[in-house]
Write a protein that binds this ligand. Structure first.
Ligand code: F6R
Length: 336
Protein backbone atom coordinates (compact mmCIF):
# COMPACT_ATOMS: atom_id res chain seq x y z
CA UNK A 1 0.00 0.00 0.00
CA UNK A 2 2.66 2.52 1.00
CA UNK A 3 4.67 1.78 -2.10
CA UNK A 4 1.68 2.38 -4.34
CA UNK A 5 1.75 5.98 -3.15
CA UNK A 6 5.26 6.69 -4.32
CA UNK A 7 5.08 4.74 -7.58
CA UNK A 8 1.69 5.82 -8.89
CA UNK A 9 0.85 8.98 -6.97
CA UNK A 10 4.14 10.69 -7.72
CA UNK A 11 3.30 11.02 -11.41
CA UNK A 12 -0.26 12.14 -10.70
CA UNK A 13 0.94 14.68 -8.14
CA UNK A 14 3.57 16.07 -10.50
CA UNK A 15 0.97 16.44 -13.26
CA UNK A 16 -1.46 18.20 -10.89
CA UNK A 17 1.36 20.33 -9.51
CA UNK A 18 2.07 21.76 -12.95
CA UNK A 19 -1.49 23.20 -13.00
CA UNK A 20 -1.40 24.79 -9.53
CA UNK A 21 0.01 28.12 -10.65
CA UNK A 22 -2.21 28.36 -13.76
CA UNK A 23 -4.59 31.06 -12.54
CA UNK A 24 -2.02 33.00 -10.51
CA UNK A 25 -1.10 36.46 -11.73
CA UNK A 26 2.54 37.30 -11.14
CA UNK A 27 4.21 40.32 -12.68
CA UNK A 28 7.72 39.85 -14.11
CA UNK A 29 10.47 40.57 -11.58
CA UNK A 30 14.25 40.82 -11.79
CA UNK A 31 15.36 40.21 -8.19
CA UNK A 32 18.85 40.98 -6.91
CA UNK A 33 18.64 37.82 -4.85
CA UNK A 34 16.21 35.07 -3.90
CA UNK A 35 15.39 33.71 -0.44
CA UNK A 36 13.50 30.45 0.03
CA UNK A 37 12.09 30.15 3.55
CA UNK A 38 10.53 27.01 5.00
CA UNK A 39 11.20 24.16 7.36
CA UNK A 40 11.41 20.37 6.99
CA UNK A 41 9.39 18.80 4.21
CA UNK A 42 8.29 22.22 2.96
CA UNK A 43 11.65 24.00 3.16
CA UNK A 44 13.38 21.26 1.21
CA UNK A 45 11.61 22.52 -1.93
CA UNK A 46 13.87 25.60 -1.69
CA UNK A 47 17.02 23.48 -1.44
CA UNK A 48 15.95 21.47 -4.47
CA UNK A 49 15.05 24.50 -6.57
CA UNK A 50 18.42 25.96 -5.62
CA UNK A 51 20.05 22.77 -7.01
CA UNK A 52 18.29 23.15 -10.35
CA UNK A 53 18.16 26.96 -10.73
CA UNK A 54 21.66 27.17 -12.11
CA UNK A 55 20.73 29.82 -14.69
CA UNK A 56 18.92 32.48 -12.62
CA UNK A 57 22.02 34.66 -12.40
CA UNK A 58 21.44 35.91 -8.83
CA UNK A 59 22.39 34.50 -5.43
CA UNK A 60 19.91 32.11 -3.82
CA UNK A 61 19.63 31.66 -0.06
CA UNK A 62 17.65 28.96 1.74
CA UNK A 63 16.64 30.18 5.17
CA UNK A 64 15.58 27.70 7.84
CA UNK A 65 15.22 29.60 11.06
CA UNK A 66 13.23 32.47 12.57
CA UNK A 67 15.48 35.10 11.05
CA UNK A 68 15.40 36.47 7.54
CA UNK A 69 18.91 36.93 6.06
CA UNK A 70 20.20 40.47 6.62
CA UNK A 71 20.53 41.20 2.90
CA UNK A 72 16.82 40.62 2.15
CA UNK A 73 15.15 43.86 1.01
CA UNK A 74 12.79 45.24 -1.63
CA UNK A 75 14.96 43.74 -4.40
CA UNK A 76 14.55 40.25 -2.93
CA UNK A 77 12.19 37.56 -4.13
CA UNK A 78 11.02 35.85 -0.93
CA UNK A 79 9.37 32.45 -1.51
CA UNK A 80 7.67 31.28 1.66
CA UNK A 81 6.69 27.60 1.87
CA UNK A 82 4.77 25.89 4.65
CA UNK A 83 2.44 23.02 3.86
CA UNK A 84 0.42 23.46 7.06
CA UNK A 85 0.81 27.23 6.95
CA UNK A 86 1.38 27.26 10.70
CA UNK A 87 5.10 26.72 11.17
CA UNK A 88 6.33 29.46 13.45
CA UNK A 89 9.87 29.83 12.09
CA UNK A 90 8.48 30.32 8.57
CA UNK A 91 5.74 32.70 9.71
CA UNK A 92 8.25 34.81 11.62
CA UNK A 93 10.30 35.25 8.44
CA UNK A 94 7.15 35.98 6.46
CA UNK A 95 6.25 38.93 8.72
CA UNK A 96 9.82 40.23 8.61
CA UNK A 97 9.91 39.92 4.79
CA UNK A 98 6.67 41.90 4.63
CA UNK A 99 8.12 44.62 6.85
CA UNK A 100 11.25 44.86 4.69
CA UNK A 101 9.21 45.15 1.50
CA UNK A 102 10.43 41.94 -0.14
CA UNK A 103 8.49 40.66 -3.13
CA UNK A 104 6.69 37.72 -1.48
CA UNK A 105 5.12 34.59 -2.93
CA UNK A 106 3.52 32.14 -0.48
CA UNK A 107 2.94 28.43 -1.04
CA UNK A 108 0.72 26.59 1.44
CA UNK A 109 -2.36 24.43 1.89
CA UNK A 110 -3.89 26.65 4.59
CA UNK A 111 -3.24 27.92 8.12
CA UNK A 112 -1.98 31.37 9.01
CA UNK A 113 0.18 31.63 5.91
CA UNK A 114 -2.88 31.40 3.68
CA UNK A 115 -4.93 33.69 5.91
CA UNK A 116 -2.25 36.38 6.23
CA UNK A 117 -1.29 36.24 2.52
CA UNK A 118 -4.90 36.73 1.48
CA UNK A 119 -5.32 39.57 3.99
CA UNK A 120 -2.17 41.32 2.74
CA UNK A 121 -2.89 40.68 -0.96
CA UNK A 122 0.22 38.59 -1.33
CA UNK A 123 0.16 36.05 -4.20
CA UNK A 124 -0.40 32.60 -2.77
CA UNK A 125 -0.41 29.14 -4.34
CA UNK A 126 -3.04 27.06 -2.57
CA UNK A 127 -1.95 23.42 -2.36
CA UNK A 128 -4.36 20.47 -2.10
CA UNK A 129 -5.06 19.50 1.52
CA UNK A 130 -4.84 16.08 3.17
CA UNK A 131 -1.18 15.22 2.61
CA UNK A 132 1.76 14.90 4.95
CA UNK A 133 3.99 17.93 4.29
CA UNK A 134 6.91 15.77 3.13
CA UNK A 135 4.61 13.80 0.78
CA UNK A 136 3.46 17.00 -0.88
CA UNK A 137 6.92 17.70 -2.33
CA UNK A 138 5.85 17.48 -6.00
CA UNK A 139 3.21 20.15 -5.29
CA UNK A 140 5.66 22.37 -3.44
CA UNK A 141 8.54 21.97 -5.88
CA UNK A 142 6.57 22.58 -9.08
CA UNK A 143 4.67 25.46 -7.48
CA UNK A 144 7.98 27.18 -6.77
CA UNK A 145 9.30 26.57 -10.30
CA UNK A 146 5.90 27.56 -11.77
CA UNK A 147 5.95 30.90 -9.92
CA UNK A 148 9.54 31.62 -10.88
CA UNK A 149 8.84 30.81 -14.52
CA UNK A 150 5.88 33.20 -14.51
CA UNK A 151 8.07 35.98 -13.16
CA UNK A 152 10.67 35.29 -15.85
CA UNK A 153 13.26 33.90 -13.44
CA UNK A 154 15.07 30.83 -14.79
CA UNK A 155 14.20 28.12 -17.26
CA UNK A 156 12.44 24.90 -16.29
CA UNK A 157 12.41 23.02 -19.60
CA UNK A 158 13.68 19.91 -17.83
CA UNK A 159 10.19 19.47 -16.35
CA UNK A 160 8.92 17.80 -19.52
CA UNK A 161 11.90 15.45 -19.63
CA UNK A 162 11.33 14.45 -16.01
CA UNK A 163 7.62 13.83 -16.53
CA UNK A 164 8.38 11.56 -19.50
CA UNK A 165 11.08 9.54 -17.83
CA UNK A 166 9.41 9.21 -14.40
CA UNK A 167 7.35 6.09 -15.26
CA UNK A 168 10.41 4.41 -16.78
CA UNK A 169 12.58 4.57 -13.66
CA UNK A 170 13.26 1.05 -12.43
CA UNK A 171 12.97 0.97 -8.64
CA UNK A 172 14.23 -2.61 -8.22
CA UNK A 173 17.86 -1.49 -7.62
CA UNK A 174 16.57 0.78 -4.83
CA UNK A 175 14.57 -2.14 -3.34
CA UNK A 176 17.78 -4.18 -3.34
CA UNK A 177 19.63 -1.42 -1.49
CA UNK A 178 16.83 -1.21 1.08
CA UNK A 179 17.08 -4.94 1.65
CA UNK A 180 20.85 -4.79 2.15
CA UNK A 181 20.93 -1.81 4.52
CA UNK A 182 17.74 -2.36 6.53
CA UNK A 183 19.56 -3.55 9.66
CA UNK A 184 22.16 -0.80 9.78
CA UNK A 185 22.05 1.60 12.75
CA UNK A 186 22.97 4.51 10.50
CA UNK A 187 22.90 5.29 6.79
CA UNK A 188 25.42 7.58 5.13
CA UNK A 189 24.85 9.33 1.80
CA UNK A 190 27.64 10.87 -0.26
CA UNK A 191 27.13 12.90 -3.42
CA UNK A 192 28.40 15.91 -5.35
CA UNK A 193 27.61 19.33 -3.94
CA UNK A 194 25.50 20.12 -7.01
CA UNK A 195 23.03 17.68 -5.39
CA UNK A 196 23.20 19.36 -2.00
CA UNK A 197 19.40 19.65 -1.79
CA UNK A 198 18.89 16.03 -2.82
CA UNK A 199 21.32 14.88 -0.13
CA UNK A 200 19.29 16.80 2.48
CA UNK A 201 16.01 15.42 1.13
CA UNK A 202 17.11 11.78 1.16
CA UNK A 203 18.55 12.13 4.67
CA UNK A 204 15.34 13.71 6.00
CA UNK A 205 13.12 11.15 4.28
CA UNK A 206 15.09 8.29 5.87
CA UNK A 207 14.75 10.07 9.25
CA UNK A 208 11.03 10.81 9.02
CA UNK A 209 9.70 7.82 7.06
CA UNK A 210 12.00 4.97 8.10
CA UNK A 211 12.80 6.42 11.56
CA UNK A 212 16.52 5.79 11.04
CA UNK A 213 19.55 7.94 11.77
CA UNK A 214 21.01 9.13 8.47
CA UNK A 215 23.74 11.52 7.47
CA UNK A 216 24.72 13.16 4.22
CA UNK A 217 28.04 14.67 3.16
CA UNK A 218 29.07 16.45 -0.02
CA UNK A 219 31.92 15.83 -2.43
CA UNK A 220 34.50 17.23 -2.86
CA UNK A 221 34.33 18.68 0.69
CA UNK A 222 34.25 15.26 2.41
CA UNK A 223 37.57 14.49 0.71
CA UNK A 224 39.05 17.17 2.95
CA UNK A 225 37.86 15.83 6.31
CA UNK A 226 35.46 12.86 6.55
CA UNK A 227 37.70 10.45 4.61
CA UNK A 228 40.30 10.69 7.36
CA UNK A 229 37.87 9.00 9.75
CA UNK A 230 38.34 5.76 7.79
CA UNK A 231 42.12 5.76 8.28
CA UNK A 232 42.32 3.93 11.59
CA UNK A 233 40.03 0.93 11.31
CA UNK A 234 37.34 1.72 8.71
CA UNK A 235 33.64 1.14 9.25
CA UNK A 236 32.87 -1.95 7.16
CA UNK A 237 29.59 -2.44 9.01
CA UNK A 238 28.22 0.98 8.04
CA UNK A 239 26.80 1.27 4.51
CA UNK A 240 27.51 4.28 2.30
CA UNK A 241 25.14 5.14 -0.53
CA UNK A 242 26.51 7.32 -3.33
CA UNK A 243 24.23 9.61 -5.33
CA UNK A 244 25.75 9.37 -8.78
CA UNK A 245 25.43 11.35 -11.99
CA UNK A 246 25.83 9.50 -15.27
CA UNK A 247 27.42 12.59 -16.87
CA UNK A 248 29.93 13.34 -14.14
CA UNK A 249 33.20 15.09 -14.95
CA UNK A 250 36.60 13.37 -14.63
CA UNK A 251 37.53 14.91 -11.29
CA UNK A 252 34.32 13.89 -9.54
CA UNK A 253 34.43 10.38 -11.04
CA UNK A 254 37.94 9.99 -9.68
CA UNK A 255 36.88 11.33 -6.26
CA UNK A 256 34.01 8.84 -6.05
CA UNK A 257 36.37 5.99 -7.01
CA UNK A 258 38.92 7.05 -4.39
CA UNK A 259 36.28 7.60 -1.70
CA UNK A 260 34.66 4.23 -2.34
CA UNK A 261 38.07 2.53 -1.99
CA UNK A 262 38.65 4.44 1.25
CA UNK A 263 35.27 3.41 2.66
CA UNK A 264 36.34 -0.16 1.96
CA UNK A 265 33.18 -2.00 0.94
CA UNK A 266 29.49 -1.95 1.73
CA UNK A 267 28.83 0.84 -0.77
CA UNK A 268 25.82 1.29 -3.03
CA UNK A 269 24.83 3.66 -5.83
CA UNK A 270 21.68 5.52 -6.80
CA UNK A 271 21.96 6.97 -10.30
CA UNK A 272 20.45 10.03 -11.98
CA UNK A 273 18.17 9.67 -14.99
CA UNK A 274 17.82 12.14 -17.84
CA UNK A 275 20.09 14.88 -19.11
CA UNK A 276 18.66 18.14 -17.67
CA UNK A 277 19.59 19.17 -14.14
CA UNK A 278 15.89 19.18 -13.19
CA UNK A 279 15.40 15.59 -14.36
CA UNK A 280 18.59 14.50 -12.62
CA UNK A 281 17.65 16.11 -9.32
CA UNK A 282 14.05 14.94 -9.31
CA UNK A 283 14.92 11.40 -10.44
CA UNK A 284 17.26 11.12 -7.46
CA UNK A 285 14.59 12.57 -5.15
CA UNK A 286 12.07 10.03 -6.45
CA UNK A 287 14.41 7.11 -5.83
CA UNK A 288 15.47 8.46 -2.42
CA UNK A 289 11.84 8.85 -1.41
CA UNK A 290 11.18 5.29 -2.54
CA UNK A 291 14.14 4.04 -0.50
CA UNK A 292 12.67 5.64 2.64
CA UNK A 293 9.21 4.17 1.97
CA UNK A 294 10.66 0.73 1.30
CA UNK A 295 12.79 0.81 4.45
CA UNK A 296 9.74 1.79 6.51
CA UNK A 297 7.83 -1.11 5.01
CA UNK A 298 10.57 -3.71 5.51
CA UNK A 299 11.25 -2.54 9.08
CA UNK A 300 7.54 -2.52 9.97
CA UNK A 301 7.59 1.18 10.80
CA UNK A 302 4.55 3.47 10.81
CA UNK A 303 6.00 5.94 8.34
CA UNK A 304 3.25 8.55 8.74
CA UNK A 305 3.62 9.11 12.47
CA UNK A 306 6.05 11.86 13.53
CA UNK A 307 5.31 12.10 17.25
CA UNK A 308 8.49 13.96 18.11
CA UNK A 309 8.06 16.74 15.54
CA UNK A 310 4.46 17.19 16.69
CA UNK A 311 5.61 17.11 20.32
CA UNK A 312 8.18 19.88 19.81
CA UNK A 313 5.64 22.03 17.95
CA UNK A 314 3.12 21.59 20.78
CA UNK A 315 5.69 22.47 23.45
CA UNK A 316 6.70 25.62 21.58
CA UNK A 317 3.08 26.72 21.19
CA UNK A 318 3.15 27.72 24.87
CA UNK A 319 5.41 30.62 23.90
CA UNK A 320 2.63 32.11 21.75
CA UNK A 321 4.99 33.11 18.96
CA UNK A 322 2.36 32.97 16.21
CA UNK A 323 -0.21 34.87 18.29
CA UNK A 324 2.41 37.56 18.92
CA UNK A 325 3.12 37.82 15.19
CA UNK A 326 -0.58 38.13 14.49
CA UNK A 327 -0.87 40.99 17.00
CA UNK A 328 2.11 42.65 15.33
CA UNK A 329 0.37 42.48 11.95
CA UNK A 330 -2.79 43.91 13.51
CA UNK A 331 -0.89 46.73 15.18
CA UNK A 332 0.54 47.61 11.76
CA UNK A 333 -3.10 48.12 10.73
CA UNK A 334 -2.82 45.31 8.26
CA UNK A 335 -5.86 43.36 9.33
CA UNK A 336 -8.70 43.41 6.80
C1 F6R B 1 6.05 16.37 8.10
C2 F6R B 1 7.28 17.00 7.65
C3 F6R B 1 7.89 18.06 8.52
C4 F6R B 1 7.22 19.42 8.22
C5 F6R B 1 7.85 20.53 9.08
C6 F6R B 1 7.32 21.92 8.74
O1 F6R B 1 5.55 15.50 7.10
O2 F6R B 1 7.80 16.68 6.63
O3 F6R B 1 9.26 18.10 8.26
O4 F6R B 1 7.36 19.73 6.86
O5 F6R B 1 7.62 20.26 10.43
O6 F6R B 1 5.93 21.94 8.70
P1 F6R B 1 5.21 22.59 7.45
O7 F6R B 1 5.71 21.83 6.27
O8 F6R B 1 3.75 22.38 7.67
O9 F6R B 1 5.60 24.03 7.43
Amino acid sequence: MVLTIVVIDYKRMCEEALQLTDGLELAPFKPHNIVFAGMGGSGISGDLVKDIATDVGVPIGVSKDYTLPPYADSETLFVCTSYSGNTEETLTQFVEAYKRGCRIVAITSGGKLLEWSQRLNIPVVKLPTGYLPRDSLPYLFFSVTGCMEKMGIGNYDGTREFMELLPTIDLQPVNNIADSVKGSPILTFYGPSKFSGVLKRVKSQINENAKMIARAEELPELNHNEVVAYEVHGYPELPVIFLQDRDEGREMTERVRFTRKTVGGNTYDIWTHGSSILAKVMSLVYQGDHLSFKLAEIRGINREQIKTIDGIKNELERLNTVATLEKELESMNLSS
